[in-house]
Design a protein around this ligand. Structure first.
Ligand SMILES: Nc1nc2c(c(=O)[nH]1)N[C@@H](CN(C=O)c1ccc(C(=O)N[C@@H](CCC(=O)O)C(=O)O)cc1)CN2
Length: 384
């Protein structure tokens, strides 16, 4: 299991590079793992997309009930078991394309923004506060600004030096709280260590808290029959991917790996609100693989490259990999490449569906931010 210090949500591209292989066996991570015949047969039979019939973007997959009476499985035509054994060396999980879904959402938001502008003459506005000179944070803020521009959302920015005081940050928040052109406010995390994150997040007015990190919004997320005004963007993006790919959550066993405030904790709350039975695995969990192996749905958000091995995964599970970890790669022009928390090559042979890194959950974070900003503007202006 990851050490406590590495149990962060996503590691940055500026953080230390690591070598991290997949399998603990002698085979390399890039070579296909040969599954035993029994595993291969099981996984091809119950390659379990748990589809809603109502909406299914994977139209080429035939839907038919599995022998398990409680679940609907999607299957391609079942091959004889000897073919299944041969196929077991090929990756067969469906790739959940977050980049494509995020683009769709951004287009939906752009359409909503122009509708609002036409009807009311109001343009939604998002204010971003960036403190310090972390390269990764600066890139995320730049990408958020560009995404706003593309969707027709006005963006406001306050860039403060790394030695800015907490009072200065609070002053900017207060000014955005009082600005009627601003409908959403976010403070890019992490903040420099001398600034108290809690004080800062508490200062954002909850009606503009598009990151959903205000304790009142998180508290409502945790309570039954209460509705938060906003849900944090990355976990919301994870659930949106499951919905858009027709994965049934209700009644399923889910494991969230990592308990950060930004991803793990709210992801667990969201899954619970969707009627999953949820376990949270963290740095102090003994034998995390035993919990993970029971899960129909895995959301991993620890920031530890290739931590979740193929042997941790139940055949047919759906995997949402939130980790973005740089690993040394001399063949890449940047000298590194990004990998997730889950050993992708191994997982693709066992899971029924998986998000890639990059191009999975990452792009959804910004798409959900735009969506939350439009929702906020609509609520403030009472526009449906
Ligand atoms: N105030 C916030 N701070 C942070 C959040 C957040 O939601 N609110 N999340 C992360 C960083 N983040 C957005 O802020 C973010 C992370 C990753 C991506 C993304 O698109 N990743 C790409 C890969 C990018 C690359 O090549 O480097 C991907 O996974 O495909 C977008 C936004 C921490 N801080």
């Amino acid at each position: 299991m990851a050490s406590p210090s590495s149990m962060t949500t996503t590691s940055s591209t500026t953080s230390k590079l690591v070598f991290s292989g997949c399998s603990t066996s002698s085979s390399s991570s890039s070579s296909p793992r040969l599954l035993p015949l029994t595993t291969a047969t099981t996984s091809s039979k119950c390659r379990a997309f748990h589809f809603h019939r109502r909406f299914n973007p994977l139209r080429h997959v035939h839907l038919r009930p599995c022998k398990n009476p409680t679940t609907v499985f999607a299957q391609t035509i079942s091959p004889p078991s000897f073919i299944a054994a041969a196929m077991a060396t090929e990756p067969s999980a469906k790739v959940i394309d977050g980049k494509r879904v995020a683009k769709e959402i951004r287009e939906e938001v752009a359409a909503g923004v122009s509708k609002m502008k036409e009807a009311l003459g109001v343009v939604p506005g998002l204010a971003v506060i960036l403190v310090g000179d972390r390269k990764d944070s600066a890139t995320y803020v730049r990408n958020k600004k560009k995404a706003c521009e593309d969707a027709g959302i006005k963006s406001f920015e306050a860039c403060l030096p790394k030695d800015a005081t907490e009072e200065e940050v609070l002053k900017h928040i207060s000014s955005f709280n009082n600005d009627p052109a601003v409908h959403g406010i976010l403070v890019q995390l992490p903040l420099p260590s001398h600034i108290n994150e809690q004080n800062v997040l508490n200062a954002v007015c909850i009606e503009k808290d598009v990151d959903g990190f205000h304790p009142l919004n998180i508290g409502r997320l945790a309570m039954r029959d209460r509705e938060p005004l906003f849900v944090p963007c990355t976990p919301k993006g994870c659930i949106e991917l499951l919905h858009r790919y027709g994965v049934v959550i209700k009644g399923k066993r889910a494991v969230v790996i990592g308990r950060s405030n930004i991803v793990g904790m709210p992801a667990a709350l969201l899954l619970q609100r969707e009627d999953a039975t949820v376990s949270v695995v963290h740095s102090r969990t003994k034998n995390p693989e035993e919990f993970t192996r029971e899960a129909d749905i895995i959301i991993s958000a620890v920031g530890q490259a290739n931590m979740v091995k193929g042997s941790w995964i139940k055949p047919g599970a759906v995997i949402i990999d939130v980790g973005i970890n740089p690993v040394e790669d001399s063949e890449s022009p940047r000298g590194y490449r990004l990998v997730g928390d889950v050993c992708y090559d191994e997982a693709r042979q066992i899971a029924s569906a998986i998000t890639p890194v990059p191009g999975g959950v990452g792009p959804m974070t910004i798409a959900m931010l735009l969506s939350n900003t439009l929702t906020s503007a609509k609520r403030i202006h009472n526009f449906n």
